[in-house]
Design a protein around this ligand. Structure first.
Ligand code: FES
Ligand code: FES
Length: 168
């Protein structure tokens, strides 16, 4: 059984109880994806599967046979960081950095949802094109907690990059 992680094939664990998070961190050594609560409450473990954001602590690795997983380690283009990674630096979008990989993967998945027209709890018109206002960004990123309180910088970084991309 295989899975693709950041463009490279990997062999899934024999034990079907292994979470995708533990598979990434403990078996593949991809420690960028963080374990915060391990119960779906903090967003630190967010990764992208075929471009959609998921909580890897709530996922079993074997569920994702044949799928493409992208973690924070897979976002840079060689030595060039993803635009959102650069924006996090520019806007002070982190302090300890523990929530950052999840925030960044989540924001990329969030932008893809917005492009598909997926409404949020604060969208006034469920059928209108999504405009990523600050309120929309805050709502759509509310599953990713930052215990350092860097949320303003996080939203500023996402606003400058992903929201601008959706609006283009
Ligand atoms: S570690 Fe997965 S949501 Fe907190
Ligand atoms: S930067 Fe420390 S938890 Fe977000």
């Amino acid at each position: 059984m295989s899975i693709t992680i950041n463009g490279s094939p990997a062999t899934l664990p024999d034990d079907p109880r292994v979470s995708l998070l533990d598979f990434l961190r403990e078996q593949l050594g991809l420690s960028g994806t963080k374990k915060g609560c391990d119960q779906g409450a903090c967003g630190a473990c967010t990764v992208l599967v075929d471009g959609e954001r998921i909580l890897s602590c709530l996922a079993l690795a074997v569920q994702y046979e044949g799928r493409q997983v992208t973690t924070i380690e897979g976002l840079a283009d060689g030595n060039r960081m993803h635009a959102l990674q650069l924006a996090f630096i520019e806007h002070d979008g982190f302090q300890c950095g523990y929530c950052t990989p999840g925030q960044i993967c989540s924001a990329i998945g969030m932008a893809a949802e917005a492009k598909r027209g997926v409404p949020s709890h604060v969208s006034a018109d469920l059928n209108a094109d999504v405009s990523l206002t600050r309120e929309e960004l805050q709502e759509r990123m509310s599953g990713n907690l930052c215990r350092c309180g860097a949320h303003n910088g996080i939203i500023n970084a996402i606003n400058e990059t992903m929201a601008a991309e959706v609006a283009a």
